[in-house]
Design a binder for this molecule. Sequence first.
Ligand SMILES: [Zn+2]
Length: 198
Amino acid sequence: MLRVKKYTNKIFSSNSYLFWKNGEKNCLLVDCGDTKQLLSDIQQLDLYPVAVLLSHAHFDHIYGLNELLNVFALVRIYTTDFGYDALLSQKLNLSKYHQTPFELSNSSSVNIIEKNCNFMNVCDIDIEIMHVPGHNPSCLAYRIDNYLFSGDAFIPGVPVVTNVPKANKILALENYEILKKFSDGHILCPGHGEIKGL
Ligand SMILES: [Zn+2]
C-alpha cells in the first residue's frame, strides 16, 4: 500500500508530496519546495529519498531541490528535456522574476524522461507517466497505484494557468480535459490545493 504525505509550500502554496510503500525505507517525492518539515519527517519515519518526480519545472515546485540534495546527494530528479533546461535557468523556471532566484546546483542529478517514455519503475514502484504540456512544456502527470499526481496541469475547479512564458493554451486545455477524465476513480494529488478522493 502506498503512503502519501502532502506539504503545502510557502511560495504560492504549491504542493509537494512524499510517498513510499508501507514498510519500505525508500521513498519518492513529487516536487520539492519547503524542506524543513519534509526533512524532519523523512528522518522521523526513517525513510531514504531516492527520487523526485517533477510535475514541472516552475520555481514554486522545485526550490527545495538543492536543500534536499545537500542532505541526500544521491537523489535522482526526473523531468523532461525542457524541465532539465529550466532547472538550470532562472529565466525558464521563472524564479528570476521573484525574490527567490533558483538554479539546480548539480545538473548531473537529473534523469531526463524522453517524450516516448510512458512508464518507469523506481525502487519497485510502478510509475505511469503522462506527458501533459500546456501550462508548461515540462508538465508531466504520474499515476502510481490509484494515485494521480497532476501538478498544475489539472487542478479541479481551477482553470489551468496559461498567462506565463512558454505556456500553450490549446495544449493546456486539451490535457486538462484528458486529466480530468482520467482522474475519475483515482485519488487526485494536484500541484495546488487539496487531495481529492481520499
Ligand atoms: Zn506552474
